[in-house]
Design a protein around this ligand. Structure first.
Ligand code: DAH
Length: 334
């Protein structure tokens, strides 16, 4: 009996020692959990030892039971302490891994910018969309009909001299203005019409500080019953007010375009100087007839302006050629 008792006591003592070492050297929470199962699980060592207590004489059981409890407590405490320290080590490691050193030099990411020409186009379109206009576009390679003839400019018309044209071999041409979009749009739509048409245009001009062979225009067209020159004036005035951010003095100067009657050019007083900013007028009845509209029923107004011109004025760009180079020192300013 005493031997058995001593035997169990020794087993428990050994278990305590082994557990102490094993727990101390375990270094993950998973390992620790495996140890716990090994000691306290259903088939664990502790259960086995306690199971064999049944063989002891009844009067011995309390003593060995007491010892077993103390050892059980001791191992459980070791397990708890180790779990706590492994958990906090895990949190600590995570915190260290996720630390951001704000003193490290940053990674340089070059940021793109809107090109000054696109900036002007975006702004102008925004304003007209706000006034109820729809954006329309047309082809850059055009026929004589859409670029000139339907716009009341027959082949022998002297106004063709106003726009030196690049002609292509197959009787086509590079459009000299966005006014061609007026015809294309009206051919496919019925009034009321309110469109704004941005696009690239081409002229056989000698390139200098204010002229380019390829440049951009924005076209405006409204056709409806009862539209008058007053509607045109109001629209242009509001557009310029929003574009320049203030109510600047403007004047409508009589001019001539084959596709409008009457025609006008608009000047704007900007930083003490009068600048010509756009051409406009009441749509000529011949243009309405060309697309099959009844000029007795409908009237309209139109306008066209150069995007480069606006960019030059708004951004004080001295030479138009700068906006076509890819010089980042220039482009970064906008
Ligand atoms: N197409 C003209 C040009 O390129 C500009 C223009 C003037 C457009 C009067 C219009 C307009 O729509 O009514 O010079």
């Amino acid at each position: 009996m005493t031997t058995e008792l001593n035997d169990l006591e020794a087993q428990l003592e050994t278990l305590r020692q082994e557990a102490k070492n094993a727990i101390a050297t375990s270094n993950t929470l998973e390992q620790l959990e495996q140890l716990r199962i090994g000691y306290f699980g259903k088939k664990g060592q502790m259960s086995q030892i306690l199971g064999s207590m049944g063989k002891l004489a009844a009067d011995r059981r309390p003593k060995i039971g007491a010892i077993a409890n103390i050892i059980k407590e001791a191992i459980a405490t070791e397990l708890d302490n180790k779990r706590t320290s492994l958990q906090s080590a895990q949190i600590q490691a995570k915190l260290e891994a996720e630390t951001i050193d704000v003193t490290m030099p940053g990674v340089y990411r070059p940021q793109g910018k809107i090109h000054p020409l696109n900036g002007v186009i975006d702004r102008a379109l925004d304003i007209f969309v706000g006034l109820g206009y729809t954006v329309a576009t047309g082809p850059e390679i055009e026929s004589d009909y859409y670029n000139f003839e339907a716009l009341n400019t027959p082949p022998d018309h002297p106004a063709r001299d106003m726009q030196d044209t690049f002609y292509l071999p197959d009787a086509k041409l590079l459009r000299t203005h966005t006014s061609s979009v007026q015809i294309r749009y009206m051919e496919n739509h019925e009034p009321p019409i309110r469109i704004v048409a941005p696009g690239r245009v081409y002229r056989r001009d000698t390139v200098d500080a204010t002229h380019a062979a390829v440049f951009h225009q924005i076209e405006l067209l409204a056709v409806d019953e009862g539209l008058t020159f007053t509607d045109l004036k109001g629209t242009i005035k509001e557009f310029l007010r929003q574009m320049f951010g203030q109510d600047l003095p403007i004047r409508f100067r009589a001019s001539y375009f084959p596709f409008t009657e009457p025609s006008a050019e608009v000047d704007l007083q900007w930083q003490g100087r009068w600048l010509e900013v756009l051409g406009c007028g009441v749509v000529d009845p011949n243009v309405l007839k060309a697309v099959g509209y009844d000029p007795e029923k409908y009237t309209g107004f139109a306008a066209g302006f150069g995007v480069e011109r606006f960019a030059q004025v708004l951004h004080k760009i001295d030479d138009i050629r700068r906006v076509y180079t890819s010089d980042l020192r220039f482009l970064r300013q906008f």
